[in-house]
Design a protein around this ligand. Structure first.
Ligand code: LTN
Length: 327
């Protein structure tokens, strides 16, 4: 079985967009791949974080992943900061990365503009990400399009290392999801529903109450044409509601269009809200069970045991090849 590895930044509360656009796909992948899912918490502190918030969010997010159907029997689930080999390998890779290569990364350039006086960690972030991937011989790395350049750096570093020291790392391939599963902000339907948006009126969080979910969907921005059909360009708001319904009902867009073709917008919104509430209450019930039973800690302990063993082997191989230590 090919190995798949993905990291889920604990940078914000998970939304309906995270579920439909990412987690749902990981649930499908878990039967096809040997799946490694981890929380890159070390990556989160490349920009300022509140320690208390960060800490609660890490466990909360793992609880939500489990509640959304990520099965701990089929996935290896762990925290990056608990396995020290990630940062150790990252250092060695840093010493094989050129300044020009690191400073050319688009995300670094964007974020350094946004945050001003940035940390060195923000510059070396993609190298730590390469270590996350290469440490476990991952074949595939599912990520958003914004991370493609980082996976390409991981490939370059792996090739460079292999050429210099002999076959050591698998060259990973990015897996970019289809656009169809992208959920937009309900207030601003040409913009992605992003967990790090400042304004939360257009976001549905997985832990929102029924009332809040209904209110947010009923006040979603639409258009004045009053006909329900799918057209991303002309009707981004309505198309987004149809996409949400399609993703949660497993009907395709054509079938959803057909179902609502004689509906007014109010009725469409109510049906979308009913379905979202049904799904999210189900997820929330499981979430509370996992959190209250200590399951999250148990899963993370087991994951750590598995990955430490694998990482140690790979890291020792690297040390030896580079000429470090006594091995
Ligand atoms: N940078 C990624 C998170 C991330 C990751 C990884 C993803 C860190 N390490 C390794 C895949 C593989 C992000 O911000 N989404």
């Amino acid at each position: 079985m090919k190995r798949l590895l993905t990291g889920l930044q604990p940078s914000g509360e998970l939304t309906l967009g995270s579920f439909i656009g990412g987690i749902k796909q990981s649930v499908e992948f878990q039967d096809k791949y040997d799946s490694f899912i981890f929380v890159p918490d070390l990556h989160a502190i490349t920009v300022p974080q509140d320690p208390e918030l960060l800490k609660t969010r890490i466990k909360k997010n793992v609880g939500l992943y489990l509640a959304c159907g990520i099965d701990p029997k089929k996935n290896t689930i762990y925290l990056q900061s608990e396995n020290l080999y990630h940062t150790n390998l990252s250092w060695i890779l840093e010493c094989h990365t050129y300044m020009g290569e690191a400073s050319r990364m688009t995300q670094f350039k964007d974020k350094s503009k946004r945050y001003g006086n940035v940390s060195v960690g923000l510059l070396t972030y993609p190298i730590l990400m390469a270590a996350d991937i290469l440490l476990y011989n991952a074949d595939f790395v599912p990520t958003g399009i914004d991370q493609k350049q980082h996976v390409e750096l991981a490939r370059d570093l792996a090739e460079r290392f292999n050429n210099k020291y002999g076959e050591t790392f698998i060259i990973p391939e990015p897996l970019i999801p289809e656009v169809g599963s992208k959920i937009m902000d309900l207030q601003n339907p040409t913009k992605k529903m992003s967990k790090s948006s400042e304004d939360t009126k257009g976001l549905i969080f997985l832990l929102d109450s029924e009332d809040v979910i209904r209110k947010k969907i009923m006040s979603a921005v639409t258009d004045s044409d009053n006909k329900v059909y799918y057209d991303i360009e002309k009707k981004p708001g309505i198309s987004n509601l149809l996409t949400i319904y399609s993703a949660l009902s497993n009907l395709n867009i054509k079938e959803v269009e057909e179902k609502f073709k004689d509906s007014n917008y109010g009725n469409l919104k109510k049906c979308v809200a009913d379905l979202v509430v049904e799904k999210l209450l189900e997820i929330q019930k499981k979430y509370h069970e996992y959190m209250d039973s200590g399951m999250v800690d148990k899963v993370l302990d087991e994951g750590l045991k598995t990955v430490e063993k694998l990482a140690k082997e790979k890291y020792n191989e690297v040390l030896k090849k580079v000429g470090l230590g006594r091995v």
